[in-house]
Structure formats: C-alpha cells, structure tokens
Design a protein around this ligand. Structure first.
Ligand code: ZN
Length: 91
C-alpha cells in the first residue's frame, strides 16, 4: 500500500510540519466495523479521539470488539501488525 505524504487540510499544500500530542485522549464517538477491510480481520473498532491538547483523530482500538463509550480515557499505542496506529482503554 502506498503511503501518501501529509497535506495541509486547508489548502492542500505539501509544506507541513510534524507536531506532538498526547499520548492520552478521550473518546468522542465510536463504532464497530463488522466486515473485513484492506486485509484487517473483522470486527474493527474505530473511534474518534479528542487528543489531550491536540486535534480530534480517527483511530483503531486495540483488542476491542465493542464500541467505546464517549468520555472514556484512552492512550495511543505504537503501530500494530498492520502498521495502523491504535489506542487502548485506560479508564
Ligand atoms: Zn495550507
């Protein structure tokens, strides 16, 4: 799978700089995808996370089969076996 370089969400420009957030955040919303996508076995739990002092991002939830509850605390983990960033519930 080709990885595309990051782009500015406003103008589409390629001149962007990395930033650091987290490693924690709070669940904004969550859902369960029950069909396999791009070689990932189902189910996959996707969750929008409001990152501490950062943006709202969409990520996978590690080792989960049910949607999370808004307000739950999570922590980012390193890339999983598919190279996807995921979070784990910490409270
Ligand atoms: Zn821009």
């Amino acid at each position: 799978m080709a990885i595309t370089p990051p782009r500015c969400p406003v103008c589409g420009g390629a001149r962007v700089e990395p930033d650091r957030f987290g490693p924690g955040g709070v669940v904004f919303s969550s859902t369960v995808l029950r069909v396999p996508v791009a070689s990932r076995p189902a189910p996959v739990v996707f969750t929008y996370i409001d990152v501490d002092d950062g943006p709202r991002v969409l990520t996978k939830v590690a080792d989960a089969t049910a949607a999370l509850t808004p307000g739950q605390r999570v922590r980012f983990r390193g890339p999983d076996e598919f190279g996807d960033v995921s979070v784990e519930v910490i409270g």
